[in-house]
Design a protein around this ligand. Structure first.
Ligand code: F6R
Length: 606
């Protein structure tokens, strides 16, 4: 995600102070490294967040204008050298997003004599603008030329030492908002650092570029055509601005699911060949072709993602998979060898039990891999290779968007390993095609979110809740129950629908509702039978069904519809309604879903 903040003014304010104060309200967007640049005092960067940066900024550091950044790493470790701002000659910039064609651009620039100091994709853009500046002799023209060559996403703020009062902002896929003050202008990735200076803001659209001086602001399209759009007045608090206008981070993060799918997939599918290109696995591709067994280790939500991964990998890659809780794996005596791959799944990359499971795997000679969201985290560093989720920081304690990205990463793993083995091009293509279709389908699911507010009200007095599902959606039932219990503190259980008769159905009566996942798949009929059994015991049932399934509505007390997709990918659509249900249920009880009692975001103790 990353946080960007830039300032230019003529009111005698010290840009360094404005920027450092503003960065604090962006800290939720990234906190692995930070940096600041003013044309007068130069650049200062550090690993860590704003407090670290403040310690390094000397008292005499100042400026009338400047740019600043908080990083959430995507390419390159969270080190000082990879922190933003990045510069080349007189050009300095801060960036949020991913420049996809950075390798080919870098190659070209190297032949022109450019030397790079970091692994960051961002540094390429600074060099590219500088290269164009040699010929164009105009900061604006050089920037436009460079932006047209770039593929990928960006929200950027750029500064040129030759015109220190001027800032350029541009947006393609990553948010940028301008603050319009009196004798001063701001650029930020959300309005939170701007609001204490001015309520007047202008949101850039994709493909727009803005040129700001203390007195003027002009917005262009990349085609140079001028955009006439009036600023709007925002009456948000800084906290509302951080949440993008949503009431809680949890809801904002659930709503980010379509974008997260795009980001986790970006550059990793070759749909026409039915292949997945996972740069992080290239170095171990040979070992992976020879592994005979996979053990997935994880905790909590990540463990449930692992259970779904087991189904995917066994069905489509034909590799035997076991899924283990990190907390169990480390204390028993697992039998592993060099033909075993241990895959750790972790949002934070710091969960101690998962980390210790990785270490146990290493000790026993297994190949260790990570599916991790936090770049440069301990699990990412200690595994032999891996795939980053690129879901952006997850602030809500209950994991939502990270789970979606973990499933996407597991689907990519499945294509990668499957195509090394028996998976046909046709199957690879089918999965790739459906993966690409998911963001639109997720948008549809999310558009119906108000329904869940109604259900939460209707079932608000329930003291217990059961979640059932089969096959790929059995772990989704576990995850639905976990979400509900962790933020609303009521008893919720996830069960395999087929297990009901072996005990749990004894609990069912008119006061014990069930959320049944019964989308159209290979176990649909079986699920319908289980719903009949619940209804025969007068248990209220909410059914999660596939669009168009009118029959199931006759059986259920309430129905939630989701679009059709491949069975192996159905958990990605099916989990979102369960996340929304838990969210609105907790909210309806007057609880804060972002701050569940007794829980920490990252569990770094046993
Ligand atoms: C539940 C939740 C936890 C985490 C678990 C693992 O909503 O957030 O169950 O999934 O603590 O955390 P990571 O993925 O950071 O290893």
């Amino acid at each position: 995600m990353c946080g960007i903040f830039a300032y230019t003014g003529q009111n005698g304010k010290d840009a360094a102070k404005v920027l450092l104060d503003g960065l604090v309200s962006l800290e939720y967007r990234g906190y692995d490294s930070a940096g600041i640049f003013t044309p007068e005092s130069g650049v200062i960067k550090t690993p860590g967040a704003v407090a670290e940066l403040r310690k390094r900024v000397p008292k005499k550091y100042s400026g009338k204008s400047g740019i600043a950044h908080l990083r959430w790493a995507t390419h390159g470790e969270p080190t000082k050298v990879n922190a933003h701002p990045h510069g080349s000659g007189a050009i300095w910039l801060v960036h949020n997003g991913i420049i996809e064609n950075f390798k080919e651009l870098k190659k070209k620039l190297v032949t022109k004599g450019h030397a790079f100091v970091s692994d960051s994709d961002t540094e390429i853009l600074a060099h590219l603008i500088e290269e164009h500046l040699k010929r164009e002799r105009s900061f604006e023209k050089a920037t436009l030329k460079a932006l047209k060559e770039v593929r990928g996403t960006y929200g950027v703020a750029i500064q040129y030492k030759g015109e220190p009062e001027k800032l350029i902002a541009a947006r393609m896929g990553s948010p940028i908002v301008l603050g319009i003050g009196k004798g001063e202008h701001f650029i930020a990735s959300d309005p939170s650092p701007i609001l204490k200076h001015t309520k007047k803001v202008l949101f850039l659209n994709d493909g727009e570029v803005a040129v700001l001086t203390p007195k003027s602001h002009t917005v262009y399209k990349l085609s140079k055509e001028i955009v006439h759009r009036m600023p709007e007045e925002l009456d948000w608090s800084a906290e509302e601005a951080q949440k993008g206008g949503y009431e809680h981070f949890m809801l904002k993060e659930i709503m980010e699911a379509p974008e997260v799918v795009v980001n986790t997939l970006r550059g990793r599918l070759i749909p026409e060949k039915g292949m997945a290109k996972l740069g992080g696995l290239e170095a171990v591709a040979k070992e992976l072709a020879n592994i005979e067994r996979i053990i997935i280790v994880a905790c909590g939500t990540a463990y449930y993602a692992g259970l779904i991964g087991e189904y995917m990998l066994e069905e489509f890659a034909g590799i035997p998979v076991e899924v283990e809780l990190g907390s169990e794996f480390r204390y028993r005596s697992p039998v592993l060898n060099q033909r075993t791959a241990v895959i750790a799944i972790s949002q934070s990359g710091e969960t101690l039990d998962t980390l210790e499971a990785v270490r146990e795997g290493k000790r026993k000679g297994a190949l260790t891999l990570g599916i991790v969201n936090a770049v440069g985290s301990t699990i990412a560093r200690e595994t032999d290779a891996g795939v980053y989720n690129h879901a952006g920081p997850e602030i809500g304690v209950a994991s939502t968007k990270a789970f979606v990205s973990q499933l996407i990463a597991l689907a990519l793993f499945t294509i990668f390993l499957g195509r090394q083995r028996e998976m046909s091009v046709k199957t690879g293509r089918e999965i790739a095609k459906e993966l690409k279709a998911l963001p639109k389908k997720l948008e549809k699911v999310l558009a119906g979110r108000k329904e869940f507010e109604k259900f939460a009200k209707k079932y608000k007095n329930a003291r217990d809740f059961l979640f059932i599902g089969r096959k790929y959606n059995n772990p989704v039932a576990f995850e639905g129950a976990l979400k509900l219990k962790e933020i609303s503190y009521i008893h919720a259980e996830g069960y395999g629908a087929g297990e009901m008769k072996h005990g749990p159905i004894a609990m069912i009566d008119k006061d014990f509702p069930t959320f049944a996942i019964a989308t159209k798949d290979s176990v649909y009929e079986k699920n319908v039978s289980n719903i009949h059994e619940l209804k025969a015991r007068k248990g209220p049932v909410i059914v999660l069904a596939t669009e168009g399934d009118k029959e199931i509505a006759k059986l259920a007390d309430d129905v939630v519809y989701v679009p059709k997709t491949l069975e192996m990918l159905s958990p990605i659509l099916n989990v979102v309604p369960l996340q929304l249900f838990a969210y609105y249920f907790a909210k309806g009880k007057g609880l804060n879903p972002d701050r569940p009692r007794n829980l920490a975001k990252s569990v770094t103790v046993e």
